[in-house]
Design a protein around this ligand. Structure first.
Ligand code: SF4
Length: 239
């Protein structure tokens, strides 16, 4: 089976533990209004077989150490769960861990369940807090995301939740509190990270000739992000 990759990022310290090799899979079921990777949305990308992909990843094996490894991101990696499922044995053979960075909005197929079950860590990008806001800003409802979250709790998978904080949409304590309500008390959640909206992907909208709904929005102030993260950290410490 072939997989379709948008791009790679060598040795990033984000998107999981330790030093990571990022594999950005092509294709996404969502259309987040603030997306900074609209070039990952449609089908396309570079074709790889599982062996070819793992051969490429293996070149970085020495740098991974105990905690590092590969992170499948996107786009939405679980849209290509069948391919990742076929890739997992080759990664295991090389002793390489993998993390999945997902919106949780893809079908929870057998392949997707296998891929989540075998991951070292899952990063769940929680876009919005209810069906209405999820639909308004991503084009899809929240039900698949909630199913994925339940599944992660059932299998006790180590999970980090992340949310992009966008000025004028969710950059306040009331909104962030609503996200917390969704997963508070779930034992699989190890941490909740807030990420500030930025404008680095804006040029892609221009290049692709598509409308950018946030073209007049400024990046989130660092101070606001810090305040909201402090709020979250304190809330999660409460029993
Ligand atoms: S899930 Fe990620 S890649 Fe897909 S539209 Fe949203 S921000 Fe963009």
């Amino acid at each position: 089976m072939k997989g379709y990759v948008h791009s790679f990022e060598s040795l990033a310290a984000l998107d999981g533990e330790g030093i990571r090799y990022g594999v950005f899979m092509q294709g996404c079921p969502l259309r987040c209004a603030y997306c900074h990777n609209p070039d990952t949305w449609e089908k396309g990308g570079t074709e790889f077989s599982p062996e070819q992909l793992v051969k490429k990843i293996s070149r970085y094996k020495l740098y991974f150490g105990k905690d590092g490894g590969v992170t499948f991101s996107g786009g939405e990696p679980l849209l290509q769960s069948e391919f990742i499922r076929e890739t997992v044995p080759y990664l295991k053979q090389e002793g390489i861990n993998y993390a999945i960075d997902t919106s949780g909005a893809a079908e929870l197929s057998d392949a997707a369940q296998y891929v989540l079950q075998n991951a070292q860590l899952v990063i769940l990008d929680l876009k919005f807090w209810d069906d209405k806001s999820y639909k308004k800003y991503t084009g899809m409802g929240i039900s698949k995301v909630l199913d994925t979250l339940e599944f992660l709790e059932d299998i006790k998978k180590r999970t980090w939740v992340r949310t992009v904080v966008v000025p004028g949409i969710n950059d306040n304590i009331e909104a962030i509190g609503k996200y917390l309500e969704i997963f508070k008390g779930k034992k699989c959640i190890e941490k909740y990270e807030l990420l500030g909206f930025h404008t680095m992907g804006f040029f892609k909208y221009e290049n692709m000739g598509i409308k950018n709904p946030f073209k007049d929005t400024k990046p989130l102030e660092k101070e606001t992000l810090k305040e909201l993260q402090n709020f979250v950290d304190n809330e999660l410490k409460k029993p």
